[in-house]
Design a protein around this ligand. Structure first.
Ligand SMILES: Nc1ncnc2c1ncn2[C@@H]1O[C@H](COP(=O)(O)OP(=O)(O)O)[C@@H](O)[C@H]1O
Ligand SMILES: [Mg+2]
Length: 322
């Protein structure tokens, strides 16, 4: 594993809800290797977006608890003054959100925003050059007639087009860490393939670190070197993508991979074939969080939370039955 760009240690994120405290992430530790493409997988509600939001320091206002550390090149993002984290955002790290309207400003044209997104990285570049780069990137992400669309406002684009504009914006920042949260979920397969090719190209060209969040193992397998498997707010397995998908260790990962290979693959409903439901995160049970649905569980699994243990130099899994 290369030297990590980001080291997340013991990260817990809880939210206040009217049903109590939702423990969205609990004691998450993982490294994002510099220059690696890391896939974060897990079904809906596993904490993927919360992890991205913590990295961006964009957690919802009903945050009840934020513990642990997120070191970016050695500096703890959670301990930095917010202004300093904001300064890193958009220059050192950038994000493609699940909802494109969170990132685009409705009162400025798309083109002017695409130019501004580049300024932090290229403060002295002539505007004409930034404009050319923006137009080229719009064409890359499949926007027809970019020279005309450049002057349109975000609301003049369809949802799928806005998503593509946002991917263009994130790629134009040339950030060292690019976080993409389900970037292609709303797009049709042809456009998805284009975007994947573009992300791969940018990743190869810039050597950026990519954190790709998706419930789609197929997408992850096309782009990622490493994979992190989340279940109900905890990391259950990490390792090189090819190894994890070929020989999953954790019973949850085994189920995910089996669903992907089987004919019953259903996006957003990965575990349809496993009995039981994801746990209520406002009433987290003792012991292993997967025990209720695990085919291998024994009574002892409910006694304590299993550690994320090493299995060889690059692999980890949190299961006391392994
Ligand atoms: N602002 C919030 N308030 C209350 N609960 C939240 C909030 N954000 C996320 N959650 C809960 O945390 C869990 C993880 O959510 P999320 O990170 O969005 O998962 P994913 O992106 O994997 O679908 C879910 O149970 C979700 O309901
Ligand atoms: Mg999400």
């Amino acid at each position: 594993m290369s030297e990590p760009l980001v080291e997340i240690r013991d990260l817990s994120v809880h939210f206040r809800t009217d049903r109590g405290t939702a423990e969205a992430l609990r004691h998450v530790s993982l490294d994002l290797g510099r220059g690696r493409a890391i896939g974060v997988v897990g079904e809906s509600g596993s904490g993927k977006s919360t992890l991205a939001a913590a990295l961006m320091r964009l957690l919802a206002a009903n945050l009840a608890r934020l513990d642990g550390s997120i070191r970016f090149e050695g500096r703890d993002l959670l301990a930095l003054p917010l202004a300093e984290t904001m300064a890193l955002r958009g220059t050192r790290f950038a994000m493609v959100f699940q909802d494109p309207m969170t990132a685009l400003n409705p009162v400025f044209t798309v083109g002017s925003q695409l130019v501004e997104f580049q300024r932090a990285r290229r403060p002295f570049a002539p505007s004409a050059e930034l404009r050319e780069r923006a137009l080229a990137m719009l064409a890359h992400v499949g926007i027809a007639d970019p020279a005309r669309r450049f002057h349109d406002y975000p609301h003049e684009f369809s949802g799928g087009m806005r998503q593509r504009v946002m991917i263009a914006a994130a790629l134009l920042t040339e950030a060292d860490l690019l976080i993409a949260d389900e970037p292609t979920t709303a797009l049709d397969p042809t456009i998805e393939a284009q975007i994947v090719a573009l992300m791969r190209h940018v990743h190869a060209e810039t050597g950026n670190t990519l954190m790709l969040i998706s419930h789609d193992l197929g997408l992850i397998s096309q782009l990622c070197d490493d994979v992190v498997v989340l279940y109900a707010g905890t990391v259950v397995e990490t390792g090189p993508m090819a190894e994890v998908f070929r020989r999953p260790l954790h019973p949850y990962t085994r189920a995910l991979v089996a669903c992907e290979i089987g004919d019953d693959k259903q996006h957003g409903d990965l575990l349809a074939s496993i009995p039981g439901e994801t746990p209520d995160l406002s009433r987290v049970p003792a012991g292993c969080i997967f025990a209720d649905r695990c085919p291998d569980a024994v009574a002892a699994c409910r006694d304590r939370v299993p550690d994320l243990r090493a299995f060889g130099p690059e692999r980890r899994a949190a299961c006391s039955r392994l």
